[in-house]
Structure formats: structure tokens, C-alpha cells
Design a protein around this ligand. Structure first.
Ligand code: NAP
Length: 326
């Protein structure tokens, strides 16, 4: 399979690249932007700004993919409010360009999306639940989903949730604790592994419940979507169980062998909260996977098993064998 992966130097993209290329032997090509990897292993790169539609169409045509996995975003909640036109171009217009590129190449388009398309009161939303985003990020992601589903001849949406895991392209995780769940486990482990106390944010105005996922398992689910000709529409590429922030932090301490008494409940950082342009944060974004499980014949993993696999990835510096047999 030939896979064109956007955002391949990002957190989730680096897992998509590794799973597709190393585990499944796909030929992978990634446009790269401000960060250029020194020595990309097992995939090719090309400098490209995904806002340049003509250049994107030409790059995709030249690579001639079977699948495009579009994980690129302008990852800046504050910034998308400050620069709304740039944000629109980066999310909605870039997805429309990828749909056009996929159609011209006869490729399937998989757009990576988020549990934040839900409003925080839709606990346990499944793939058929209508989204109701409460902030601009969620609006842009919901519109990008629709852009792909309506414009691409073969399209799938891969929603991920509370993603943790190894960043295979960069040494540093891009951020610490924030009102969402991304990178949360790494942030907890960074502190408790040094014997330092860690304040778990808890409050009514942040994301307090989600469905923890491991980035490489999300990528494995995307591989199943790519490899299955009948897999189109919306998928939930996440773990099997909901978890609160403290519950996830405690379980991470247990699995990684650190002292859970270092964890404290604290209110969210007021400086961080005031830097978010007044964006509302969805409270409970737990999601379920009935359609995904049925179509892909894939059973999502529980949180303890995902954390175990995360630990093995960190210790071995590599992926661990898939649970899907493939
Ligand atoms: N992380 C989570 O917990 C989470 C949760 C839910 C959904 N998601 C979704 O997962 C996807 C990936 O998120 P992530 O956390 O992996 O993001 P990330 O680490 O910030 O990666 C974003 C990638 O997009 C690239 N990019 C940005 N602007 C670009 C441009 N104009 N042209 C070309 N490339 C550009 C970046 O490259 P440069 O850095 O070189 O600019 C980077 O490789 C997104 O669709 C996001 O909505 C993530």
C-alpha cells in the first residue's frame, strides 16, 4: 500500500507513519513543514505547506497514493481564535484540498478527528451521534469531517480521544498539562518518576472524562480502515473504557511503578485557562466504538492494557506486536 501521511512529524502522525511503514510494510510519504526530521527512517519526506493547494495537488499526484491519512492541524487553541482565517484555511480548506487530491489519485481519504466534536454532555457518544461542538476547534474539526465525507469519493473519519503514547519523530512532547487529555500520562510520569508531586487539574470547566487511547493503537485502527475497502464513514479509534483525570493518573502510576500518593487534586492553572480566548471546554467527551468494532472486527483495548503497551514501547524504543494479528 502507498500511504501519503500529512502531519507525519506530529505526535499522532508519527505513530501512523511507524505503524503503516514498519509494522505493515506500506510505502509512506510525508509532507514536512517547519520541523524537518534529520534522518527519516522507512519513509520519504518533502517540504510542503499544506495551505498551498496547487503544490499539494501536484505532490499527491506525483506520489500516487492508495490512501491519504490527513492528521495535520494548526495545533493551537488560542491561536485559532486569534487567527480565524488562517485556522479555517488550515482545517477546512486543507481538508477540501486533500479530498480533491484523493479523488484525482483514486485514493481513500482518512481524516483524523477528535472527541471534541461533542459538547461534553454527550457521554458515551457513538459513531452515529450528531456532533455539537462548543469551541472553534471542535467546529473546525466537525466541518473538516463533513468536508471529507461530502467531497471525497472514498472517505473515512478516524476520531481519536485522550491520546497518549510515544512521539516517534521528536524528543520533546509539545506541551504539558492542559484542559484536554493529550500527552497527560507523559506529563504525570515526568513528575512522579522524579519523586515530584503532581497536581492533577480537576474542575467544572475542563475535560474531566474521556476515553484514553494509545497513539499506536489509534494508528493500527487507521491501518484497518485503510486496508478494508468497505470501511468508510465515521470510526472511533480509541480505547475501550472511559476514565477521569485522577483515575487515569493513578492507573499510570500503578502500571509504571510510581507512588500514587504524589498525586494531588488541584484547580486548573488560571493563567492557562485565561489564555484560551474564552473557549469553552467540553466536560465529558467519552465515546464508544460499536460501529468501529463491527466493521473492522477490532476490539478496543482497556486502559490498563494500553498503558502496559505504552510502557513496553518506552522501554523497548519500538512498537510492540499488534493485537490484531496483522
Ligand atoms: N493529540 C491528541 O490528544 C488529539 C486528540 C484528539 C484529536 N487529535 C487530532 O489528531 C491530529 C494530530 O494531532 P497531533 O496532536 O498529533 O498534532 P501535532 O503533534 O501538533 O502535529 C501536527 C502536524 O501538522 C503539521 N503541520 C501544521 N501546519 C502545517 C502546514 N501548514 N503544512 C504542513 N504541515 C503542517 C505539523 O508540522 P510542523 O510542526 O513542522 O509545522 C505537525 O507535523 C489532529 O487532527 C488532531 O485534531 C489529537
Amino acid at each position: 500500500m502507498r500511504a501519503y501521511v500529512t502531519g507525519g512529524t506530529g505526535f499522532i502522525g508519527s505513530n501512523i507513519v511507524k505503524v503503516f511503514a514498519e509494522r505493515h510494510g506500506a510505502t509512506v510519504h510525508c509532507p514536512v513543514h517547519s520541523f524537518v526530521p534529520d534522518n527519516p527512517q522507512g519513509y520519504t519526506t518533502e517540504p510542503l505547506d499544506l495551505l498551498d493547494a496547487d503544490a499539494v495537488l501536484s505532490s499527491v499526484a506525483q506520489f500516487d497514493p492508495d490512501v491519504i491519512v490527513h492528521s495535520m492541524i494548526l495545533n493551537d487553541l488560542d491561536g485559532i481564535y486569534a487567527r480565524r482565517e488562517l485556522a479555517w484555511r488550515s482545517y477546512v480548506d486543507a481538508t477540501l484540498t486533500m479530498a480533491e487530491a484523493a479523488n484525482r489519485a483514486g485514493a481513500k481519504l482518512i481524516v483524523v478527528s477528535t472527541d471534541w466534536v461533542f459538547d461534553g454532555t454527550q457521554a458515551g457518544a457513538d459513531e452515529h451521534t450528531p456532533p455539537n461542538p462548543v469551541n472553534y476547534y471542535g467546529v473546525l474539526k466537525a466541518l473538516s469531517e463533513q468536508a471529507a465525507l461530502l467531497q471525497a469519493h472514498r472517505a473515512a473519519v478516524a476520531r481519536v480521544s485522550a491520546v497518549n503514547g510515544v512521539h516517534w519523530a521528536r524528543d520533546e512532547m509539545p506541551r504539558g498539562q492542559d484542559p484536554g487529555y493529550g500527552y497527560f500520562v507523559t506529563t504525570v510520569l515526568d513528575a512522579v518518576s522524579q519523586g515530584q508531586p503532581f497536581g492533577v487539574w480537576e474542575g467544572d470547566d475542563i475535560n474531566m472524562a474521556a476515553t484514553p487511547s494509545l497513539a499506536s493503537e489509534c494508528a493500527e485502527t487507521m491501518w484497518l480502515i485503510a486496508a478494508n475497502d468497505d470501511a468508510d464513514g465515521i470510526f472511533h479509534c480509541c480505547g475501550a473504557e472511559p476514565a477521569g483525570r485522577m483515575e487515569l493518573a493513578r492507573l499510570a502510576c500503578e502500571v509504571f511503578g510510581h507512588d500514587p500518593s504524589l498525586l494531588r487534586s488541584v484547580p486548573p492553572d488560571s493563567e492557562m485557562m485565561s489564555s484560551m480566548a474564552g473557549a469553552r471546554i467540553p466536560y465529558d467527551t467519552t465515546i464508544r466504538t460499536p460501529r468501529t468494532t463491527e466493521i473492522l472486527d477490532y476490539e478496543p483495548l482497556g486502559t490498563r492494557e494500553l498503558l502496559d503497551r505504552f510502557k513496553q514501547e518506552l522501554e523497548s524504543g519500538d512498537l510492540v506486536p499488534p493485537t490484531t494479528g496483522g
